[in-house]
Design a protein around this ligand. Structure first.
Ligand code: COA
Length: 260
């Protein structure tokens, strides 16, 4: 896959997407969002890909936000469309991807950058990472799901504070709120991502995709997550992975999942 603003690498079952606009601190412009959509779509449909890591190029930023230069002169209508299109193409899309996506937050994750990290299934950060939703300092609010996902992850009070103050928090504070799962040095970030991906890959990718769906249902308005879980649980019994997983356990051997 050849793109202008992102790099996509594939190493056996692990894919890594690197947002690659370091001179603009990897800010998300329209083209980058479109490319990310294409990359995620292609990787999800590739049955060899079991886990996707998402990071930013350079040592300074994961993503420093939506590209302010692109929307500074937008009208109300254009602003609404920007948020809707972005959520459809990228943020909601990543959250609902059936392939697990881990954000490796390697520096600034601000505005759309933190919103993108929050759309991923979970996050790990390097110790230099700085996170925040500074939109109110620009006269706008988070528009890529930030007002919804941040309270879910860190609670309403802290989310209110972070959004109203437009402040930034460091990696350790983010970890203490549950926003990121681990904090390591920059050098250790990719190895830790690969290690966690390795653990995930040992399990049934069919079961994992159903788990993602069921967990997301917990946070979807109007959806009965318990019922979603019951349905998905039942469906697992019809998969080859379930037969292999249970048979391997009874035969006291490690499973070799066909991922079907
Ligand atoms: N959109 C567009 N360009 C951005 C950007 C964004 N969100 N964030 C950074 N850039 C650009 C800068 O304009 C600058 O470009 P230039 O060299 O052509 O002038 C380049 O990236 C480097 O950024 P700079 O501000 O010089 O780096 P810094 O180390 O002094 O500051 C930040 C880093 C992250 C604190 C600062 O860039 C910043 O506040 N960015 C905006 C964050 C934000 O509000 N995001 C939410 C958007 S909704």
């Amino acid at each position: 896959m050849n793109f202008e603003n992102i790099l996509v690498e594939q190493n056996n079952s692990l894919a890594t997407i690197t947002i690659n606009r370091p001179k603009k601190l990897n800010a998300l412009n329209k083209n980058t969002i479109a490319e990310l959509h294409e990359a995620f779509k292609a990787l999800e449909s590739d049955e060899n890909v079991k886990v996707i890591l998402l990071t930013g190029s350079g040592e300074k930023a994961f993503v420093a936000g939506a590209d302010i230069s692109e929307f500074a002169h937008f009208s109300e209508e254009e602003g609404g469309r920007l948020a809707a299109k972005g959520q459809e193409l990228l943020f909601d899309y990543v959250e609902n991807l059936s392939t697990p996506v881990i954000a490796l937050v390697n520096g600034f994750a601000l505005g759309g950058g933190l919103e993108l990290a929050m759309s991923c299934h979970f996050r790990i950060a390097s110790d230099n990472a700085r996170m925040g939703l500074p939109e109110t300092s620009l006269g706008v609010i988070p528009g890529y799901g930030g007002t919804q996902r941040l309270p879910l992850l860190i609670g309403k009070g802290k989310a209110m504070e972070l959004i109203m103050t437009a402040g930034m928090i460091g990696a350790e504070e983010a970890k203490s709120y549950g926003l990121v799962n681990y904090v390591v040095s920059q050098e250790e970030l990719l190895p830790l991502g690969e290690k966690l991906a390795g653990k995930i890959m040992k399990n049934s990718s069919v079961a994992i995709s159903k788990a993602i769906k069921a967990i997301n249902a917990c946070f979807t308005d109007g959806e009965n997550g318990y019922q979603t879980e019951i349905n998905a649980f039942g469906e697992c019994f019809g998969t080859e992975d379930f037969k292999e997983g249970t048979t391997a356990f009874l035969e006291k051997r490690k499973p070799d999942f066909p991922n079907k």
